[in-house]
Design a binder for this molecule. Structure first.
Ligand SMILES: Nc1nc2c(ncn2[C@@H]2O[C@H](COP(=O)(O)OP(=O)(O)OP(=O)(O)O)[C@@H](O)[C@H]2O)c(=O)[nH]1
Length: 202
């Protein structure tokens, strides 16, 4: 029997507790949103298959608990991930400052060459914004990774973000000639900027 997909990619979401990791995964996998906050215990995953460049990509998306007390459990999952999504909350400055620590955690626990993506979530809450898009843009550029502002609530940029990470992993697994493939091409950066702008206005 033919396989229902061409590739299986394992993705992992990390970031402070309450930034919206579970909600982003639920929006992506089930197109749903719930404003009741139930903190993740340990780790969980959801699946969605997407079409990218004519290939069926099955995404197994792992949700980690942001709370410090689960760190030993959650970091054990970093190694198997092909892509890691770092999430902060645009209304919570501390969650953005902590991105540096989450980056460090990736360095210490994930496979070298893992694709990374930065997301500033809850961009529907413009009135409560504490982190400017430019700050995050700068951080993403410093690390050579893509950046989107998202809203699990309004679904702004959620599909775009997951698809962009899956596309990067697909391109990488297809074997590029250059080893320096974690820098976003400038045309893609423009796309991210455009999407983020939309979000800020929305
Ligand atoms: N306005 C708004 N609220 C959101 C958004 N995403 C998540 N929330 C709310 O933020 C709270 C926390 O969301 P979760 O997805 O549970 O956060 P988490 O990062 O998984 O938290 P931990 O499991 O503790 O690590 C919930 O009350 C959500 O409803 C969003 O895009 N916009």
């Amino acid at each position: 029997m033919a396989k229902a997909y061409d590739h299986l990619f394992k993705l992992l979401l990390i970031g402070d507790s309450g930034v919206g990791k579970t909600c982003l995964i639920i929006r992506f996998a089930e197109d749903n949103f719930n404003s009741t906050y139930i903190s993740t215990i340990g780790i969980d995953f959801k699946i969605r298959t997407v079409d990218i460049e004519g290939k069926k990509i099955k995404l197994q998306v792992w949700d980690t608990a942001g709370q410090e007390r689960f760190k030993t459990i959650t970091t054990a999952y970093y190694r198997g991930a092909m892509g890691i999504i770092l999430v902060y909350d645009i209304t919570d400055e501390k969650s953005f400052e902590n991105i540096q620590n989450w980056m460090k955690s990736i360095k210490e626990n994930a496979s070298t060459g893992v694709e990374r993506l930065l997301l500033g979530n809850k961009c529907d809450m413009e009135a409560k914004r504490k982190v400017q898009r430019e700050q995050a843009d700068k951080l993403a550029r410093e690390h050579g990774i893509r950046f989107f502002e998202t809203s699990a609530k309004s679904s702004m940029n959620v599909d775009e973000a997951f698809s962009s990470l899956a596309r990067d992993i697909l391109l990488k697994s297809g074997g590029r000639k250059s080893g320096n493939n974690n820098k976003p091409p400038s045309s893609d950066l423009k796309t991210s900027d455009k999407n983020s702008n939309k979000c800020s206005l929305g």
